[in-house]
Ligand binder design. Structure first.
Ligand code: KIV
Length: 277
């Protein structure tokens, strides 16, 4: 089956259809996301937070994203797979960035990569696009810069910050990104940026005016008991459902209810068992 492509991203914007994106980091989750006809799967460096137990995305390595991308590619057929470029894999020069993005595509099997930052990334994005690497931009709250931003805070709240974000968005479009993630910025600003760009915007905590939406799958499925940001809608509560199933299993093993006959091998005619004594 043909995968969703960068051209499909553009066509959806032109046709006024919303684009759906979710993160996934492993084979079974990717399979479910793919079966739900979600347009694209982001193997985000959020895997550091929700899968590997880090407090930020900063410790996530390129090897880790390559490893998880491979599993996601194996689990999907139709979704476009976008792999996140980890902290410092695209900041030390164009040659490094090309080599690292190349690993995500050649070894990982991703169709595109995502990186964070504005005008300061233009040179590297142009080089990647020239090399045939589709690049998704990421503006607003850029978690790899959390220590510089002073925490996970709403961005673009002042007039000058909003102006800078718009300029960054236009510069990224000019550099050749096929889409742009807008994270944790006022909805009105996200809508203004969306209206100014030809390429689609994918919002997370950026309101309904974006061309599409992305969420971290563990957050929207309620996989952890952690407090989630206001912009996350929990579509189910897997933490409680899984917790209840685990408690039930423990009780049933301890009181001899599991395994019952239906989960045991019972022959009509008992085979001749070897004599042990
Ligand atoms: O790493 C990630 O999952 C992301 C999304 C939150 C956009 O960058």
């Amino acid at each position: 089956m043909k995968r969703f492509s960068t051209q499909d991203f553009l066509h959806k914007k032109t046709d006024g259809q919303k684009i759906t994106v979710l993160t996934a980091y492993d084979f079974p989750t990717a399979r479910m996301v793919d079966e739900a006809d979600i347009n694209a799967i982001l193997v985000g460096d959020s895997l550091g937070n929700v899968v590997l137990g880090y407090e930020t995305t900063i410790p996530v390595t390129l090897d880790e994203v390559v490893y998880h991308t491979k599993a996601v590619v194996r689990g999907s057929n139709q979704a476009m797979i976008i792999a996140d470029m980890p902290f410092l894999t695209y900041h030390t020069g164009t040659a490094d960035a090309l080599r690292h993005a190349g690993r995500l595509m050649q070894e990982g099997g991703a169709q595109a990569v995502k990186l964070e930052g504005g005008q300061e990334r233009v040179e590297v994005i142009k080089a990647m696009v020239d090399a045939g690497i589709p690049v998704m931009g990421h503006l607003g709250l850029t978690p790899q810069s959390v220590h510089q931003l002073g925490g996970f805070k709403v961005q673009g709240k002042t007039e000058s910050a909003a102006k800078r974000l718009l300029e960054d968005a236009l510069a990224l479009e000019e550099a050749g990104v096929f889409a742009l993630v807008l994270e944790l910025i006022p909805a009105v600003l996200a809508k203004q940026i969306t209206d100014k760009l030809k390429v689609p915007t994918i919002g997370i905590g950026a309101g309904v005016g974006c061309d599409g939406q992305v969420l971290v799958i563990h957050d929207m499925l309620g996989f952890t008991s952690n407090k989630t940001p206001k912009f996350v809608k929990k579509y189910c509560n897997l933490h409680d459902q899984i917790g209840n199933a685990l408690k039930k299993y423990k009780d049933e093993v301890e009181n001899g209810q599991f395994p019952g006959e239906e989960h045991s091998i019972v022959h009509q005619n008992e085979p001749d068992l070897p004599k042990l004594y």
